[in-house]
Design a protein around this ligand. Structure first.
Ligand code: AMP
Ligand code: GLY
Length: 424
């Protein structure tokens, strides 16, 4: 069969790698893709938001399954455009992708269906926000309602910081229309865990757990980023936590979406906080995490296409997911200055040392071919170096060793990815 992947990051590279191993697939396309993805897929220069052009391409090339990797096209309704043309596509429709697209919606859903999450208020104007903040406890969390490139969440320690946040989100519209409404949320403490799961609208199969490191600097300092590194599994995601989440969070979310007339097909990414009062939902995403995919997918034993087709066909009940016992750690190599300002177009060396290996991987995020055919940096996050090991410790050692195999000017990484393992 022929598969089209929509996206251009490390997550889509990991998906392309897994799809390339499927016995069912003869040809992979990726739009728009990147230099690394072109090892497995023919990259097509159509942007991820060009829904009609993508659907037209899928019709022309007789694509059997399109996989949407990114949140923006999903929230924008790409799946509906494909389905209108009778194209098979893996991902939630617009009315289900709202689970990530609107934090106000997801909070309301959790409240209505008794899914554990932090207490909150939704506000629609700066005046309402100021009123709601009167007498609140600090720290307090402000969240722009809509998509904001992972940057629309502010943790405010003082009333002054909260006032600044209200101004940025609701008055200066730093995140555009995403800040027309805002969620004001109680601050939770605990361990964060990400659980990505396959859904077919009725059933849900959680994958192995992972943990992300969102801040740019060592020791969780500096600005929030898309993610600087991940590890899987999380030692804090115990069998007890898993059992609680299956009973009180995962299936309840899928059932709630179905009851609301918004059946969810695709990936639900549960951002969880394991608090003293038990696990609670921090956020939902409607797609694989990036760089969570880069540690979870390499551990998956199943044929990814079989699982995705089961989701699209409503037959997930027939599948059981299997993961390797080996752990996996991903360290992101970024351009110095990310996420604020950084240089692009710098040549990358050492990529060949990853070719054909399945114990270590270089997943490209921001790369491209320059005019001379060299692979150069083309973004803030440049590469994700993933490595496996029998234990998390070994995987972490292997990942950091592997980061030394590649070089580019301005190469930057965190040195404490997976440090939490030592505390487990
Ligand atoms: P989100 O995009 O909602 O996942 O928020 C980004 C990050 O902000 C999360 O990964 C958490 O680290 C943090 N965060 C969000 N909501 C809360 C909360 N209620 N309490 C504590 N931290 C939070
Ligand atoms: N790494 C977090 C995310 O993909 O949203």
């Amino acid at each position: 069969m022929k598969v089209l992947i929509v996206g251009s990051g490390g997550r889509e590279h990991a998906i392309a790698w897994a799809v390339s191993k499927s016995s069912k697939v003869d040809k992979i396309y990726c739009a728009p893709g990147n230099a690394g993805i072109s090892e497995f897929a023919e990259c097509v220069s159509i942007g991820a938001m060009e829904f009609d052009a993508l659907a037209e391409f899928a019709v022309q090339e007789k694509i059997d399954l399109t996989i949407i990797g990114m949140d923006d096209p999903l929230v924008g309704g790409i799946v509906d455009v494909f389905e209108e043309r009778n194209l098979r596509v893996f991902g939630p429709r617009k009315n289900a992708a709202i689970l990530e697209g609107s934090k106000a919606f997801s909070k309301e859903l959790m409240k209505k269906y008794g899914i554990p999450t932090a207490g909150y208020t939704t506000v629609h104007s700066a005046a309402e926000a100021r009123e709601a903040l009167r007498g609140t406890k600090y720290p307090v969390v402000l969240k722009a309602d809509g998509l904001a490139l992972g940057k629309g969440v502010l943790i405010c320690s003082t009333p002054e910081e909260a006032e600044e946040g209200v101004r940025e989100i609701m008055e200066a519209k730093k995140f555009g229309a995403a800040g027309d409404s805002m969620v004001i949320e109680e601050f939770m403490t605990g361990r964060e865990v990400s659980v990505l799961s396959f859904c077919d609208g009725k059933a849900i199969l959680p994958m192995a757990s992972a943990q992300d490191h969102k801040r740019a600097g060592d020791g969780d300092t500096g600005p929030n980023t898309g993610g600087m590194g991940t590890f899987s599994p999380s030692p804090f995601y115990t069998d007890e936590v898993d059992a609680f989440c299956r009973e009180n969070i995962y299936q309840k979310t899928v059932d709630a979406m179905r009851d609301e007339g918004r059946p969810f097909v695709g990936i639900i990414f549960f951002g969880l906080m394991i608090t003293e009062d038990g696990p609670k939902v921090l956020e939902y995403n409607c797609r694989f995490g990036d760089p969570e995919a880069q540690v979870v997918i390499p551990r998956m034993k199943n044929d990814i296409i079989e699982v995705m087709e089961a989701c699209v066909d409503g037959k997930l009940g027939e599948i059981s997911l299997e993961f390797e016992d080996d752990a996996c750690v991903c360290v992101v190599l970024a351009s110095e200055g990310y996420p604020v300002s950084y240089r692009k177009g710098l040549p990358i060396e050492g990529l060949d040392s990853f070719k054909g290996r399945d114990d270590r991987f270089v997943f490209h995020a921001g790369t491209k071919f320059d005019q001379d055919g060299r692979i150069v940096t083309n973004g803030g996050r440049v590469l994700g170096i993933s490595a496996k090991g029998k234990t998390l410790l070994e995987a972490r050692e292997n990942a950091y060793k592997a980061t030394e195999l590649v070089w580019f000017e301005n190469k930057y990484m965190r040195h404490d990815i997976g440090k939490a393992i030592d505390e487990a």
